[in-house]
Design a protein around this ligand. Sequence first.
Ligand SMILES: Cc1cc2nc3c(=O)[nH]c(=O)nc-3n(C[C@H](O)[C@H](O)[C@H](O)COP(=O)(O)OP(=O)(O)OC[C@H]3O[C@@H](n4cnc5c(N)ncnc54)[C@H](O)[C@@H]3O)c2cc1C
Length: 353
Amino acid sequence: MMGPDVLIVGLGPAGAAAAEAAARAGVRVLAVDRRTEAGRPVQCAEFVPGMLDQELGALDTVTNQRIGRMETFLEDASGDATPDFKGRMIDRAAFDATLVARAVAAGAECRFGAPLRALDATGTATLADGTRLAPHIVVGADGPRSPCGRAIGSVNRELVETRQVRVRLLRPHDATDIFLSAEIPGGYAWLFPQGDEANLGIGANPAARARLKPLLDGLHARLADEGRVGRDVLGFTGGAIPVGGLVRLTGRLGEVPVLLAGDAGGLANPVTGAGIAAAVQTGRLAGRAATAWLAGAAAALDDYSEEVEEVFGPALVRALRRRRDLLARYAEGGPDRAALRRGWIAYPEYWAA
Ligand SMILES: Cc1cc2nc3c(=O)[nH]c(=O)nc-3n(C[C@H](O)[C@H](O)[C@H](O)COP(=O)(O)OP(=O)(O)OC[C@H]3O[C@@H](n4cnc5c(N)ncnc54)[C@H](O)[C@@H]3O)c2cc1C
């Protein structure tokens, strides 16, 4: 049986950041992903906030365009502008591949086409090709339906389902457009520009899954009628987003500790669904915590949980409260405009006590 010091499951932003951080500290890192290639297929609307520049630097090579503001469309009203909302639209596949390249350059072994099939009660991992691994510590960066999370009983219980199409963008645009409506329980629709194309998508509670396609088709037709986007669908994607907030981030399988990072740990924002920046940050922290633990710092695992809770907890708790308040309105006939405003980050009501 092979025994890497750190086994990382998943090579999205969280796993790649964890692999780089751990490899830099000089330990033996093996990172595996069931995908055959980094970042593909893309399952993302591809917006990252400006602050990720400070975290990572050198985002220019994967940036398609800059974002200068957010426009929020409440039911059929014209857009409300949020000027102080800067960021980038990235090529997500290139972004993920860049993070993996950094991990490899730091000395991590990164294997694609290598699904984890089982992680047993002793911490022994079995890959789909039968390879058995006995790591000293595991980082679960394996997304919203994390098998590592399941192995330690930390499961994302609330997910949002999404549907997204790629369309031609007929006029240059530098805003992320958000469409809020009582018709979209537990989510919203979006138009995010990518140069002369755009990601047009919708996310909602799983119970509304059957309504995603007709709602997205309706928005697409409306924007095409307005001359903003083309009628053809150039591509299609989807995926789940965890929206229940943090799960327990650490556990043990026998002697082997398991740390969860990114979506596996419930780090995506329950209101906006954004999770790339949090995945990079928590992946990096998990990689460092794993190496500190290997070096004998027994408290490193609890310190990891505490730091993540301290940094991300308040924003996640607020978002979760707003999401729950909004969903509760459906028992009384659905949210009105005031409730929708209180449930979205662009409005001061969201940030009020
Ligand atoms: C439609 C959509 C739009 C989104 N738009 C945005 C956005 O604009 N901005 C933003 O910040 N966030 C967005 N998100 C959320 C964002 O994509 C995630 O928060 C982010 O990808 C989390 O990174 P991660 O590394 O934790 O997980 P992931 O990127 O999901 O990576 C997990 C990896 O684990 C691998 N894996 C899973 N199971 C196994 C297994 N058994 N064996 C081996 N490997 C496995 C997967 O193949 C995957 O590569 C969006 C999500 C969706 C679905």
